[in-house]
Design a protein around this ligand. Structure first.
Ligand code: PEP
Length: 249
């Protein structure tokens, strides 16, 4: 019903030569994947990645996008610029951007609206910090982030959007949420989507990934959970063999 989607987030890693090499290794390893396969690479690798994945089942994503059409926004990249070079997905609101670059619920929504207008598929990240989790605020935080991200987004766009639930304390730390915890928080996000749109849309159309130290060892357990529709993979996406094992969970 909901096709799983596994996306790699390379963050600020790999020059063009490394990118080409990783993709060349990855292509045969994931060619029979049952899920959608995406690699989200640094801006400078996008062109290389689009060319190296041509005629394969691997799609390319960026890691951020600006909300304006063009103009005086030094250092930013527009949705049309990404679309023009063949990028299909874009990560929006990753916790590292919220934490280090002033990303807010409001800017996540603005970027999402613009990405959709250009025909890109946003991967919207939500998730609580360790302090929020310890205060018992996980459900409240992901509900707030989800509602804000989807402001003014019409139901027809839901098929083009992926949500990634990424508990901040599990990213790059080796700590994974238990499969049950990840599943129940994703259920909270799905219930929020049902409230915002409709029960059927939330259950049939909205794909929600888990992200946070997902790797070849824990992927199958996480992917077996009924609410988890895929993964956003950081560290384990930097080696073709590891990433392919997650993809072929
Ligand atoms: C991420 O960067 O989105 C992520 C989940 O990283 P890691 O898999 O390394 O925890």
């Amino acid at each position: 019903m909901r096709k799983p989607i596994i996306a790699g987030n390379w963050k600020m890693n790999k020059n063009r030569k490394d990118a080409e090499q990783l993709i060349t290794e990855l292509v045969p390893l994931v060619k029979d994947a049952k899920c959608d396969v995406v690699i989200c690479v640094p801006f400078t690798d996008l062109d290389t990645a689009v060319k190296a994945t041509k005629n394969t089942n691997i799609k390319v994503g960026a890691q951020n996008v600006h909300w304006a059409e063009s103009g005086a926004f030094t250092g930013e990249i527009s949705a049309d610029m990404l679309k023009e070079i063949g990028v299909e997905y874009v990560i929006i609101g990753h916790s590292e951007r919220r934490q280090y670059f002033g990303e807010t619920d409001e800017s996540v929504n603005k970027r999402t609206l613009k990405a959709l207008e250009a025909g890109l598929k946003p991967i919207i990240c939500v998730g609580e910090t360790l302090a929020e989790r310890e205060k018992g605020k996980t459900d409240e935080v992901v509900t707030r982030q989800t509602k804000a991200a989807f402001k003014d987004i019409p139901k027809e766009e839901l098929k083009n959007i992926v949500i990634a639930y990424e508990p901040v304390w599990a990213i790059g730390t080796g700590k994974t949420a238990t499969a049950d915890d990840a599943n129940s928080t994703i259920k909270v996000i799905r219930d929020t989507m049902a409230e915002l749109y409709c029960k059927n849309c939330a259950e049939e159309t909205v794909r929600i990934q888990y992200g946070g130290s997902m790797n070849p060892k824990n992927a199958s357990e996480l992917m077996a959970m009924p609410e988890i529709d895929g993964g956003l993979i950081g560290g384990a996406s930097l080696k073709a063999e590891d990433f392919s094992k997650v993809v072929n969970y």
